[in-house]
Design a binder for this molecule. Structure first.
Ligand code: S3P
Length: 170
């Protein structure tokens, strides 16, 4: 069984996923890192040179591969949920946790997050907020929602997610 983390850019999927791996026997996998390794390019370079559609195709492949694993905590890219096939594949052997912040949490992190995220780079705060709202119904397709609040540590989310997982596997 896998633990799958979904959520908007900068909700903390990678940090929380790593914290889960640190505290447990789950291995850590990150679909963006798989894409970078497989393609030999940074995410921003893929977007710049080949566009979003091409990136989504690489992402599909990475998700299919990650979904085949077991005992893994999988941090997904923020757009993975846009393709229902991705969610279905991940759900077959995984519990899908959606990290769910208010937009204010994202707003605070945008300055830092922009540097590595092509979909935030050229956008105004209002445009990022629109994307956030548009994505909401896709993130709602999950098994467990975890509210993300300011100031809570990745380790603390990790503990909560591990204990819910244990309960569900009983
Ligand atoms: C994206 C999120 C990014 C990355 C790409 C596109 C998105 O991952 O996959 O820049 O569409 O939300 P993070 O959620 O890890 O930032």
């Amino acid at each position: 069984m896998n633990i799958v983390l979904t959520g908007f850019m900068a909700t903390g999927k990678t940090a929380i996923g790593r914290a889960i791996a640190d505290k447990s026997r789950y291995r850590f996998e990150d679909t963006d890192s798989m894409i970078v390794t497989e393609s030999g390019m940074e995410i921003s370079e893929i977007f710049e040179r080949y566009g979003e559609e091409y990136f989504r195709a690489l992402e599909r492949k990475a998700v299919e591969k990650a979904a085949q694993s077991d005992g893994t905590v999988i941090a997904t890219g923020g757009g993975v949920v846009l393709d229902k096939r991705n969610v279905d594949a991940l759900r077959k052997n995984g519990i899908i946790f959606n990290l769910d912040p208010d937009f204010a949490v994202i707003e605070e992190r945008v300055g830092e997050a922009r540097a590595t995220r092509p979909l935030m780079k050229g956008e105004s705060m209002e445009e990022i907020r629109e994307r956030f709202l548009k994505r909401k119904p896709f993130y709602d397709d999950c098994d467990v929602k975890i509210r993300v609040i300011k100031g809570r540590t990745p380790a603390s989310y990790a503990e909560e997610i591990l204990s819910i997982t244990e309960e569900k596997l009983k």
